[in-house]
Design a protein around this ligand. Sequence first.
Ligand SMILES: *Cc1c(COP(=O)(O)O)cnc(C)c1O
Length: 348
Amino acid sequence: MIDIASPLRLRLDSAALVRNWQWLASQSGAAACGAAIKADGYGLGAAQVMRHLAAAGCRDFFVATWAEAAAVMPLAGDVSLSVFHGVGEADMVAARTLPARPVLNSVEQVQRWRAAGEGRPCDVMVDTGMNRLGLRVEEALGGALDGLAIETLLSHLASADEDSNQNARQLAAFRVVRQAVPARRYSLANSAGICLGRDYGFDLTRPGLALYGGVPRREAAGHIRQTVFPEARVLQMRDVRGGEAVGYGAAWTAPADARVAIANMGYADGYLRCHAGSGGATWNGHALPLVGRVSMDMIAFDASAAAGLAEGEWLAIDYDLPSTAARSGLSQYELLTGLGKRFERAWL
Ligand SMILES: *Cc1c(COP(=O)(O)O)cnc(C)c1O
């Protein structure tokens, strides 16, 4: 096999990942702190995220689907894995075979799980006002869960990243369910929910975004470290004359003679066209503004100030999540999960 080096890579900072988890655990009070690793660990690689966090002491992991559960097997000894989307009819073989718990999301899923006669513990999601997944509160209180061996009873906050009174309403509804439905543990808070305070912690928290460098609320600013650092190689350096245009649609015209770096990354890698006008990179301490449109596999930077920059050098793409989200209009979640398969994932 020949080893083909990719011209674009994500530097992934495992120490930052672990520090972020430790900060979220400290903010979770008495609750254990788990980790949402769905969407392939928000794009970083679920198995690797799991390995680093399990080594740091994290014991509870969450994926969205059974295919994602299969992809992180085998589990380390005392690690627990839950599947948010529960069990559809087509999932029962995987659910019987894999050492993971479904998060049952409806009366139908509860019946399906009971009918399978497993008797193994499951998790249950109760909807406290988001109307996405989960049994209605009335259903949970009305006996639909009687006799079920529930490991973790969950609910999910719809507006935890905002100062919305929906948070307190969901908290109150969750407390009612907790009084009525026996489970070994109760879990409500995602990353933003952890920032709302200890009341939201219960027995287990489930951060995702903030593990990976996202700042879900102002309370986390200054505590969460950037974890994902995209880098792209310079494919070609060009001398552009003043008045000449660069790229599709001639969207940028050099105001004076300029040196432009063409880099190996584009919207097919998740670096979308909305970065035009505000994106940038750094090389050797020089700031390089993105110029012109984003192509499928290429972007251009004004490198006039970066003396010595040459073909083959690596550019560090500006990708601090809160500021990049603010200037691009993409959410921090989209910035992470959109990063494509062509990036080599290089853990530090
Ligand atoms: C994705 C998800 C989480 C993690 O949310 P973040 O906002 O990324 O911290 C927690 N719980 C559920 C049910 C989720 O779907």
